[in-house]
Ligand binder design. Structure first.
Ligand code: PRX
Length: 632
């Protein structure tokens, strides 16, 4: 049997059994088909107590050689990347593997020419344009560590990430176009760099043509630099465990942390999961709608599809521009076979009605997928029936920035699917449900805390610059396990259904925020003394952001104060973290030891005010009545 490709239920059962009985043998077989500059000496070493994992130890490779060079002989003229612009009147771009290889090599030479060296951290802040994918791959080509920052984050968020990663280089563009709006990009980078004296070079891609300020000695234009280089750039030899990238993500405490992924294990896992979950076939056109600024864009827009030799589609715009049929028009235009998006997008398009779907044929679609948040049953059925036309398997893929690739999902048309259930662990993934005390629950038809008890190749290696934080966050609450932060149900047959976060992380439209992170931003408003943020169910976004705020003076103009708070969050984090509801309160429900009882705030925000539970331990039970009365 071809261990790398699962085509039937029996294959899955067999692969899963082997992957548990002999993980090293299983993953060595998966790794064998790649181009290695030097084969690994040992497959795996791990110590979950310390949160340390290494895969393919002693191996040497370059992921871009596997994404690009490896395909040139067989599919050099096949399209690797289709770029669909924001404006449907503008032409799409079709970039073949040969052209992409050349563009990556040339960009890599520009990086070298500008002083970037192996191991250097490079911050990439760019909209969804081909240069973004090229920049990511160019970093990997020369062994620089990319740290992509989603181009919806604020200047302050960019600065925080540059400083944490100690990045001396920034790759960006002049501006961006999203829907009917144009927005600055380089301008935000400039603002960020006022606080980042360590940045030596900024390379700017021209895209919108908007005027930007160029700082002499620091900023250069990509197109001018490209004129000085050729397309010859051998791929740097990387150790399996050398850093491939850092990607910042929010947790329940402190500032976002830099999740680190390394070269060998990430490549092997992302390739395996891509081909098997989506049942990718040669020649398929794959469209992942996620932004490259998130892990989904890293793993399943760039690396996974290119490793498989697929044609991957990158879309610059938004689902509702020029109208709410854009996704479906793009599917028809480019004859997309596999479509992968987030429940939020489905729910928002559902709300626009079928009139936008019906004019499109969608006949090219074979598989549809969901990622990033729980997909409610109504959205699941709508997606399955109206987009998948009842015939496309729907894969609900559960994973995290930290897991690097999909861990729980049905395999399209191979293992069964059930609405709102991610369903089955991928081979090599050993999920367990734990009690709050950390005991494994053996039975089915139960609910518990989701943890994984054995490493898979793309598991988080560390949090950049602070391994202790990684150990504490993921490996210390339940010793011997990787703890996900999610709660889950296992049905009577063993399928998993992800319920959501059990920590102080909220998931808004598939974007992750720590409540503390948003509170810190709100507290920077001049009006605010203290705040507490919780998530509440939101019809479109999955979760909305509900903020309880104590002000330093009586609120006379509530809308002005709210606007100030929203502006502050936009400035500190970005518009994606704006609170949906802001309630002014005179106090927060605190215990005698000063701890905020978020359970109560969550219940009120959810509107479940009759079941607040025990409030007798509160310092001042009267605030609860006030909060209930003022609920938004
Ligand atoms: O709560 C889970 C939710 O998103 C979290 C991970 O967020 P992030 O690191 O930003 O990665 C998102 C894209 C992989 C998880 O802890 N989540 C992700 N996928 C699903 C999900 N919740 C339910 N069902 C999913 N399919």
């Amino acid at each position: 049997m071809d261990l790398t490709r699962i085509r039937t239920q029996a294959d899955y059962d067999d692969a899963y059994r082997r992957s548990v009985a002999d993980p090293e043998g299983f993953w060595a077989a998966q790794a064998t088909g790649f181009t290695w500059k030097k084969r690994w000496d040992r497959v795996l070493e791990h110590d979950f107590k310390q949160g340390r994992t290494q895969w393919f130890i002693g191996g040497s490779l370059n992921i871009t050689e596997n994404c690009l060079d490896r395909h040139l002989a067989t599919r050099g003229d096949q399209v690797a990347l289709i770029w669909e612009p924001n404006d449907p009147q503008e032409p799409a771009q079709h970039i073949t593997y040969r052209e992409l290889h050349a563009r990556v090599c040339r960009y890599a030479n520009v990086l070298l020419r500008n002083g970037v060296r192996k191991g250097d951290r490079v911050c990439i802040y760019m909209p969804m344009i081909p240069e973004l994918a090229v920049a990511v791959l160019a970093c990997a080509r020369i062994g620089a560590v990319h740290s992509v920052v989603f181009a919806g984050f604020s200047a302050q968020s960019i600065a925080d990430r540059i400083l944490d990663a100690d990045a001396a280089f920034v790759l960006t563009s002049d501006g961006m176009a999203r829907g009917a709006r144009k927005g600055p990009v380089k301008g935000l980078v400039d603002e960020a760099l006022a606080g980042c004296p360590g940045v030596k070079r900024v390379i700017v891609a021209r895209h919108t043509g908007d005027p930007v300020a160029m700082q002499a000695g620091r900023d250069v234009w990509l197109h001018e630099e490209l004129a000085h280089v050729d397309a010859d750039r051998p791929a740097e030899a990387m150790d399996s465990e050398d850093l491939l990238f850092i990607l910042y993500t929010s947790g329940s405490t402190g500032k976002p942390k830099g999740v680190v992924h390394t070269c060998g294990g990430y490549m092997v896992y992302v390739d395996h999961s891509f081909r098997n979950v989506f049942q990718y076939n040669d020649g398929d056109i794959f469209w992942c709608t996620a932004d490259v600024g998130w892990i989904t864009g890293h793993s399943y827009l760039i690396y996974g599809p290119l490793l498989a030799g697929a044609t991957t589609l990158m879309f610059e715009g938004i689902p509702t521009y020029p109208d709410a049929g854009r996704f479906w028009q793009v599917v028809d235009k480019h004859r997309v076979n596999i479509f992968y998006t987030a429940p939020t997008a489905i729910r928002s398009l559902m709300a626009h009605g079928l009139a936008f779907v019906e004019p499109c044929s969608l006949a090219s679609l074979r598989t549809i997928g969901s990622v990033g948040e729980p997909i409610n049953e109504e959205a699941w059925h709508w997606y399955k029936q109206h987009i998948g036309k009842g015939r496309c398997p729907l894969v609900d893929t559960w994973w995290q920035t930290e897991t690097g690739g999909i861990l729980i999902s049905s395999l399209a048309g191979v293992t069964d699917e059930k609405p709102s259930h991610a369903a089955w662990p991928l081979p090599g993934v050993q999920p367990v449900l734990l009690t709050p005390e950390g005991k494994e629950i053996a039975e089915n038809d139960v609910e518990g805390l989701l943890a994984i008890k054995f490493p898979w190749p793309s598991i988080i290696r560390t949090t950049y610059g602070d391994h202790e934080r990684c150990r504490q966050t993921y490996f210390s609450s339940y010793p011997g396990y990787y703890f996900t932060g999610d709660g889950a149900r296992r049905d009577a047959d063993g399928r998993y259904r992800i319920i959501g976060r059990v920590d102080d992380v909220i998931n808004v439209s598939g974007h992750r925020f720590g409540t503390a992170e948003i509170e810190n931003a709100i507290n920077e408003s001049d009006f605010v003394v203290e705040s507490a943020v919780v998530g509440y169910p939101h019809d479109i976004k999955g979760q909305g952001i509900y903020a309880y705020v104590i002000t330093d003076r009586p609120v006379t103009d509530a809308e002005a104060v709210r606007a100030d708070i929203v502006a502050m969050v936009t400035k500190v984090i970005g518009p994606i973290a704006k609170p949906d509801k802001i309630q002014f309160v005179s106090g927060l429900p605190k215990t005698r030891s000063g701890k905020i009882m978020r359970r109560i705030l969550r219940k009120v925000a959810e509107g479940e005010m009759s079941s607040l539970g025990d409030t007798t331990t509160l310092l001042d039970p009267a605030v609860v009545e006030e909060i209930k009365a003022g609920r938004m």
